[in-house]
Ligand binder design. Sequence first.
Ligand code: CP
Length: 305
Amino acid sequence: HDHLLSAGQLTREDIEAVLDRAAEMAADPAGVAERHADRLLALCFFEPSTRTKMSFDAAMKRLGGDTVDMGTVESSSVKKGESLADTVRVIEGYADGIVLRHPSEGAAKLAAEFVDVPVVNAGDGAGQHPSQTLLDLYTMRENAGLDDLTVGIMGDLKYGRTVHSLAEALATFDARMHFVSPESLRLPRSVQFDLHEAGARLREHTELDEVLPELDVLYVTRIQRERFPDENEYQKVAGQYQIDADTLAAARDDLTVMHPLPRVDEIAPDVDGTEHAQYFPQAHNGVPVRMALLDELLSGDGGDR
Ligand code: CP
């Protein structure tokens, strides 16, 4: 693939190839330390990020390459009114690939229409976040395996882009999915439609305790306050769907708890020290997984790498 825009473009084989490559790179980082020594990756983040931006930066440097950073909206010429299309057309002349995070759904797809270098969608509004999905699946594979999985996905299913991408990818592994959220934050119809088209096995719930004992993985998400058009609507759901160590007493001993992070108050700190907690290793997996992804995208030009 030239670009990574949504999880739906990835087959099970595509995903497994990236995860296998990531595991190889994690086991032997020295073997790829010069692999992309002459390459530059542009980091274009129109929204805040810690993990995605820094782990792409680290991944590119671990491959021997380097990065160029657009900076923030405030410090770039976006502030002067430059369009996304013009911005990426300029930046493609500075780098061999573009990682783009933007508040508008469809922004990465639009950017990809204007440039010839690979574009990675690092989050487009409430749309998709497919590279997050790859590290999520890597983490699930390490902890629970990807066969015959039962996954609970809880929190903001409406605005949570990591959920939209993850659900599409889990459908390709034929996982059973239980979506737990307030009525007002259920999966968007468009995502439900795609999942049904893919033959996904899913159910919706408002209470975690209906499904917790069955789960192999519980994927908790933050309520995406910045996406709510009305702060009052956010306040109605804020503080719901939290877990702590007591909640997990009803779970299987081998339940894996994940979260794309940042968390606000969805997972109490008393979960951090339990065997369930995998959200920090999950964030760390972003580096080898993004190394493998970049290797695939930057080697896709017929070169002999
Ligand atoms: N999980 C994730 O996308 O985190 P950041 O917003 O910090 O990149």
